[in-house]
Design a protein around this ligand. Sequence first.
Ligand SMILES: Nc1ncnc2c1ncn2[C@@H]1O[C@H](COP(=O)(O)OP(=O)(O)OP(=O)(O)O)[C@@H](O)[C@H]1O
Ligand SMILES: [Mg+2]
Length: 231
Amino acid sequence: MNLIELMSGEYKPLTHKTRTIMVMNSKGGSGKTTLATNLASYYASRKRPVVLADFDPQSSSLAWLAARPGENAPIRGLAAWRDMLWVPQGTDIVVMDVAAGVRNRLLARLLRRAQTIIIPVLPSALDMRAATDFIGELLGIHAQARLAPKIAVVANRVRENTRAFDTLEEFLGGLDLPFLTSLRDSQNYVTAAERGVGIFEMGSASVATDLEQWDPLLKWLRSKRSKAMPI
Ligand SMILES: Nc1ncnc2c1ncn2[C@@H]1O[C@H](COP(=O)(O)OP(=O)(O)OP(=O)(O)O)[C@@H](O)[C@H]1O
Ligand SMILES: [Mg+2]
């Protein structure tokens, strides 16, 4: 967004009225960008005016957007690590992709930006340990937040019938947060990422299982349970 666009009145500051969903985890490679881009494409494919706000200077979400074919439903990108959080008038939903390694005061600041937080966790001992620390810190800040976002966890890149998956399910199920779903390790996500689309837009039979696995997450996001009340 440049100064002319700002002055044009087309943009407005983000308020609590806009639906805001943030994907975060301090651990790198846990699937934040995968979840954020697929969510954005899901809403876009349902004709909802959506902004994908990339809070990561690595800008993987914006790189995904740059690869997006012109015939797919539009998504507006926002370089949120650099620019003000202003969105086009009429924006319905803002999906936020947060960089790995965010802690302390930056984490507290980000937490005020969204109604809903989704945390993807991978099935590995290292990831679970990191998630324990991260969620602990998040809940500590959360307890003092004025506008406390709703937080949920999602297992990502799981292989069913493995010990690692069982351990992750047990770990996530034991947290004091909703554990919404387990997304399988699938080449579909890799293909979607390369093409600038989401699994919801791939239209092939091979994504049927993936779409099913997203259902509980999308249902939760539609429900009041996932929305922090505006103050
Ligand atoms: N369910 C999945 N199945 C297969 N591959 C996946 C899945 N989820 C993520 N990946 C792949 O794993 C890699 C890391 O995922 P992603 O970039 O979404 O993680 P991230 O948390 O955003 O990483 P970073 O911390 O670097 O921002 C990517 O190559 C992505 O395509
Ligand atoms: Mg990322």
